[in-house]
Design a protein around this ligand. Structure first.
Ligand code: SF4
Ligand code: SF4
Length: 373
């Protein structure tokens, strides 16, 4: 069983943990790059789905394959692969989402042949009459691909067990999210971020067991902590690769009480209906869960979602965390800001590229924003 501190060690250095699982237990490791990767199916195949998060190293080799206007997340993942740091992977799964991920998939297919490679071509528009059946067909084909590649049949019971496990994890993460919204003083923002990242790396059975204890312990501390009167913020963006943003917000006199992030609510939003056949039920969750800008459920869906999140979290403002060259989020930003303005909800846009930025100019901008609130 793991504590938050041991989750932090794994999140900071995931490769030794994953290599050990492979060497000692013969675990198959499958890399993913997006929250639309059907983790339940990968897990049901006996493999561990692992979300990859760019690179801490300078990017050289990836520059030869991807234009510099691809986001640093995608270039970082490719750099890690081209420099053989991801050799423990047995396969890679690329959901059909933004252009950068699609280009990464193409480059991977041609240049990195050591592992199996799967594109999961989900529909862009999730609300059309045919979208549900199309999704089911795509997921069924992916399941068959995985069975062939990993040499293991995925039975109905395997899938049902994985769906149940993921539902338990998502319910607990939702409980943690609500706890942080109601009592942000009980869990540091960086620790919240660590737990969500760990959910995408650690063996899921052990993660569930550990998180059950962590959440129960945190709930017990509520009575012993003083309520926070800091300015309440919602963070909105793709994935957050800047955990120091939570400290920067705290130093500025604020606290993050909610989010619309892939390293946040978007990862655990939506519960899979266990009464339905598993593949159909997984498809159903993709249609219902909080949408990302690379998918479409309506022209103003994301704007409505951020306003709902602000209301539910009783937030004072929104911080848009935009990764440089992330076009899908950049395209959504103007209309979302306008919708917030119409509701008198202040927002701040922070464009980030690498981790060092959160410490400098970002701090000043956050302080000014929090003072205005
Ligand atoms: S923002 Fe969308 S495309 Fe990007 S990682 Fe998240 S779910 Fe995937
Ligand atoms: S959604 Fe944005 S941040 Fe995520 S992979 Fe695509 S371009 Fe990069």
């Amino acid at each position: 069983m793991y504590s938050i501190a041991s989750f932090r060690d794994i999140v900071d250095q995931p490769y030794p943990y994953l290599q050990n699982l492979k060497n000692l237990q013969g675990k198959k490791i499958v890399g993913t790059v997006c929250t639309y990767a059907p983790e339940e199916i990968i897990h049901a195949a006996g493999a561990l789905p692992v979300r990859l998060f760019g690179s801490d190293s300078a990017i050289h080799r990836a520059e030869l394959h991807l234009q510099s206007y691809c986001c640093s997340l995608v270039r970082g993942i490719l750099e890690e692969a081209l420099t053989d740091r991801l050799d423990f992977l047995d396969g890679m799964v690329f959901p059909h989402t933004c252009d950068s991920i699609q280009r990464l998939s193409d480059v991977w297919r041609i240049n990195l042949k050591k592992t199996f490679h799967a594109d999961v071509v989900l529909p862009v528009k999730l609300t059309t009459a045919g979208a549900r059946q199309y999704l089911i067909d795509v997921l069924d084909r992916f399941k068959a691909d995985l069975e062939r590649q990993l040499g293991r049949e995925i039975t109905h019971d395997d899938l049902a067990r994985s769906v149940k496990l993921y539902n338990q994890i998502r319910l607990l993460l939702q409980r943690l999210y609500r706890l942080r919204c109601d009592h942000p003083e009980v869990l540091d923002g960086r620790d919240y971020h660590t737990i969500i990242r760990a959910a995408m790396i650690v063996e899921r059975e052990i993660f569930l067991e550990s998180l059950t204890t962590i959440v129960a312990d945190l709930e017990k501390t509520v009575m012993q902590t003083k309520p926070s009167h800091l300015k309440r913020l919602v963070i909105c963006g793709g994935i957050c690769t800047h955990p120091d943003i939570y400290e920067a917000i705290a130093e500025a006199g604020g606290v993050a009480v909610g989010d619309d992030l892939c390293t946040g609510q978007r990862y655990f939003d939506g519960i899979i209906d266990e009464a339905l056949p598993p593949v159909e039920a997984i498809a159903g969750r993709y249609i219902r869960r909080a949408v990302c800008p690379a998918k479409h459920t309506g022209i103003t869906s994301r704007g409505e979602n951020i306003i709902r999140t602000v209301r539910q979290c009783r937030a004072d403002g929104v911080v848009f965390l935009l990764l440089k060259f992330c076009d899908p989020h950049a395209f959504d930003y103007p209309y979302m800001r306008e919708m917030l303005e119409r509701e008198n909800i202040p927002s701040l846009l922070l464009e980030m590229e690498d981790q060092s930025q959160a410490a400098g100019q970002v701090q000043t901008r956050l302080e000014t924003f929090v003072q205005i609130l």
